[in-house]
Design a protein around this ligand. Structure first.
Ligand code: FAD
Ligand code: SF4
Ligand code: SF4
Length: 396
């Protein structure tokens, strides 16, 4: 049995700088004795996609096939939504449904997920759930950096052997690197895409600059119609076009880790549940390997599904967005709304919308690394991201 990673190692106390310094995404690994493996495991100290894809899926992604270049190793993609959505979930609650079903059917004995703290609905509180109601209480995004892996130590103590971990890309990269040290018989990984994450103070600034009523926001999402949708406590919805965001004020709001991240689609999870490759209102599922298929099959009878589709051409819109973002251009609201209407009608849809979002973020992040951490550029940007970025003309 491989339990203690190193008999003397301890996690770092909260507040102490982590080995990745300002690039740390607070994935939680360094809160545990597994910090012993940080040089190898941290997504920001050691980028190792091909090796970890090989380990997780039996092969690395095919870089010469556009579908895999963008969305990673996969067997199947689909759009889906729950016939009976879970109230209060981020979308229709497919993630929560898969996790509770795996637990109640005994496929796993515990689930790593993230609830919110008792005093702040957006402050993350990672837990090792062993009851379905604990997973239900973890539904909806906590749109902030979350130390999900901080519960790894608890797993070791609990003696659980079959585990599901729900998490975003940087957390899953570190998890994959140490999974053999956890003493598990079975590990399942349910991922979500992730981009533009923030610390709690950054979230406050984003809400205050963007929403008409920051203190009543209960949920928000950047949606496929090129608008941010805020849901408020009274049930009302507010939408703000992407092109109307106060880019000049928001430039520094995203965490440096997230400005240096190229794992938007969570390439190492067994199954990924997002929305960006699906039609508006639907979720987007990427099945990466047989374990992901097994997880999906457990809940298929509760889902409405359809194939994925693609429409439009993103390249021009991405190329134009690069200098606009770089210079922090903010359009007047009337122009932003008009742009929003035009791009929604004629712009990229389905998988092409997902590629639009990936291209815009990868070019932005590439420029960020080039300017702020030029020494890391070579090693930190995986080959798939370099190929994507090379399609565009970037400013110096
Ligand atoms: P629910 O059933 O509501 O479950 C949500 C699950 O997410 C919970 O189990 C919880 O444990 C977990 N979770 C919540 N917050 C965090 C966190 N901070 N870190 C790790 N796990 C968390 N999808 C896209 O297609 N494009 C995007 O750009 C995109 N950006 C995202 C950014 C963030 C910060 C997060 C957390 C998710 C993002 N997603 C994105 C995923 C999407 O918003 C939904 O989470 C996903 O579609 C699942 O919806 P659901 O209704 O099935 O989830
Ligand atoms: Fe440690 Fe995770 Fe931060 Fe890397 S990102 S330094 S592994 S807590
Ligand atoms: Fe982690 Fe990347 Fe999401 Fe930031 S954008 S929280 S680094 S997966």
């Amino acid at each position: 049995m491989t339990l203690a990673p190193h008999h003397k190692a301890r996690g770092l106390p909260r507040g102490v700088p982590r080995p990745a310094r300002e690039l740390c995404s607070d994935c939680g690994l360094c809160d545990t004795p597994y910090i012993h493996y940080v040089r190898q495991a941290c997504a920001f100290l050691h980028q190792q996609f091909p090796q970890l894809e090989q380990q997780s899926h039996g092969r690395a992604r095919h870089l010469d096939r556009e579908q895999e270049l963008y969305f990673g190793v996969h067997e199947e993609m689909m759009a889906a939504r729950k016939r009976q959505p879970i109230a209060g979930a981020q979308w229709t609650g497919i993630v929560t449904t898969i996790a509770t079903t795996m637990l109640t059917r005994g496929v796993v004995e515990g689930v790593v997920c993230v609830q919110n703290s008792a005093t702040d609905r957006f402050a993350p509180q990672p837990i090792l759930a062993t009851r379905p109601e604990q997973i239900l209480a973890a539904r909806v995004n906590k749109p902030t950096l979350s130390p999900n892996l901080s519960v790894l130590e608890e797993i070791q103590r609990s003696g659980l052997r079959r585990l599901l971990v729900i998490g975003v890309g940087c957390q899953i990269q570190a998890l994959r690197s140490v999974q053999d040290k956890l003493g598990l018989e079975q590990l399942y990984v349910l991922g979500t895409p992730c981009v533009d994450n923030v610390n709690r103070a950054g979230l406050q600034k984003f809400l205050e600059t963007t929403s008409r009523s920051p203190e009543t926001v209960v949920h928000y999402e950047f949606m496929q119609d090129f608008r941010v949708h805020f849901k408020h406590e009274d049930g009302s919805t507010e939408t703000v076009p992407f092109f109307g965001l106060k880019t000049n004020q928001l430039k520094d709001v995203f965490a440096p880790s997230c400005m240096s991240c190229f794992d938007y689609v969570n390439g190492l999870a067994d199954l990924v549940v997002g929305y960006m490759g699906a039609p508006f209102g639907w979720q987007w599922l990427v099945v990466r390997n047989p374990k992901g298929q097994q997880m999906l099959e457990l809940v298929l009878d509760q889902l409405e599904t359809q194939g994925v589709s693609s429409q439009g051409d993103r390249h021009q819109a991405v190329q134009q967005s690069i200098p606009a973002y770089d210079r922090g251009v903010t359009l007047p609201m009337w122009a932003a709304r008009l742009m929003g209407v035009l791009i929604e009608r004629f712009g990229p849809k389905g998988l092409e919308y997902a590629r639009f979002s990936i291209d815009s973020h990868f070019t932005r992040n590439y420029l960020y690394l080039k300017r702020h951490h030029p020494d890391k550029l070579e090693a930190q940007v995986p080959e798939f991201a370099q190929r994507i970025v090379r399609q565009y003309n970037l400013p110096d």
